[in-house]
Design a protein around this ligand. Structure first.
Ligand code: KG4
Ligand code: ZN
Length: 339
């Protein structure tokens, strides 16, 4: 096995959902981050697991080759390989895991397993400014909605999570009700900028503590639309901007209320945002306003590191490599996985 180094060059692989991504990191600095997004799912209105696995299988070799080329690193100069073990779609994870294991075996270098959500959170350590420990992180994407207290880089506690849909799903599924193409989140955001967020009031969920729920909200949007379309078949097209603004307002308020509560409970005023929904302008503005008002420090990584990407797997892998937390060759991916 190649000797341990305190300034490792690692290849990282992410394949948990519908993005095939590879990144190279040297001594904690990202040298490349290549992401191949799978368009094949759009016509189905959501990610189709079987198609995701097949697309990963097609993409993985060229994506890794591009990442090594963009970083100007020869595979023989790698000191280790980090990969997403879970949580995610099992068939998708299998492609990245098998590839990482084979390459590590062939090159006789260590293998480092990474938890996908931990990696989203650790993406805050890629660029400056980095949050001070401890910090609170709200991770919001199509697959996750979690509030985590980060005590140390690898010591995290989940304070709350969604009991049903993720925040991104709440955007995408309500967008689908409006006839918008998948993924509808970015379109709701775009139209919301042009509408009145107080035009329609959707009820707040009354989940206690720091957990989230979006299923009641989804149903209320559905009933609201059915009722209004009955009275006016053109209701959606005539009021699209106001409906999007009102939907976005409710989702954002649900998220920011819990962040506020978590700050009060923990006394931690370092607040970070991760995941694809971090792109949402309404959420960014609401958190920025709260941060100014309540004197929090707010951290939002650049967009490339918010959505699924291998750079976040690379930084998490870097920290684990330095702690010599290596995986065995018989490791298997996990669809569900705790910290
Ligand atoms: O992190 P991500 O790329 O993949 C997952 O792990 O799910 O997040 C994708 C999710 C989708 O639900 C998408 O609609 C949502 O993030 N999203 C947005 C915006 N940009 C992406 N939702 C609301 N507003 C946006 N601007
Ligand atoms: Zn993710």
């Amino acid at each position: 096995m190649k000797a341990f180094t305190s300034t490792p060059t690692l290849l990282a692989i992410e394949s948990s959902c519908d993005e095939t991504s590879a990144a190279v990191i040297r001594d904690g600095k990202i040298l490349s981050n290549i992401i191949a997004s799978q368009k094949v799912h759009h016509e189905y209105g959501g990610v189709v697991p079987e198609l995701a696995s097949r697309a990963h299988e097609q993409n993985i070799v060229p994506v890794v080759a591009s990442a090594l080329k963009a970083a100007n690193i020869d595979k023989n100069n790698l000191d280790g390989i980090a990969f997403t073990r879970g949580p995610g779609l099992l068939g998708a994870l299998l492609v990245g895991t098998s590839f990482a294991k084979s390459l590590a075996l062939g090159l006789d270098i260590p293998l480092v397993e990474v938890h996908h959500i931990q990696a989203h959170i650790l993406s805050h350590f890629i660029d400056e400014p980095k949050p001070n420990l401890p910090f609170l992180c709200l991770t919001v994407s199509g697959g996750h909605t979690q509030l985590v207290l980060v005590d140390e880089k690898m010591e995290m506690r989940t304070l709350g999570q969604t009991l049903d849909d993720a925040a991104g799903e709440a955007f995408d599924k309500t967008a689908k009700m409006l006839g918008l193409p998948y993924p509808g989140g970015p379109l709701v955001d775009k139209y919301a900028q042009l509408g009145n967020e107080k035009a329609y009031i959707f009820p707040a969920s009354n989940i206690e503590g720091l957990n989230f729920s979006f299923s009641g909200f989804k149903t209320s949007v559905l009933y609201f639309l059915q009722k209004n379309i009955k009275e006016n078949p053109n209701f959606i097209s005539e009021n699209l901007h106001d409906i999007c603004a009102s939907i976005q307002f409710r989702i954002v308020k649900t998220l920011t209320d819990k962040v506020e509560k978590a700050v009060l409970q923990t006394g931690v005023k370092e607040v970070a945002l991760a995941g694809g929904v971090a792109a949402n302008l309404g959420l960014r503005k609401a958190l920025a306003d709260l941060a100014t008002k309540k004197k929090w420090n707010l951290y939002i990584p650049k967009f490339e590191y918010c959505t699924d990407n291998a750079a976040m797997i690379a930084i998490a892998g870097h920290f684990k490599y330095l702690k010599k937390e290596f995986a065995e060759q018989n490791i298997a991916p996990l669809a569900r996985m705790n910290f």
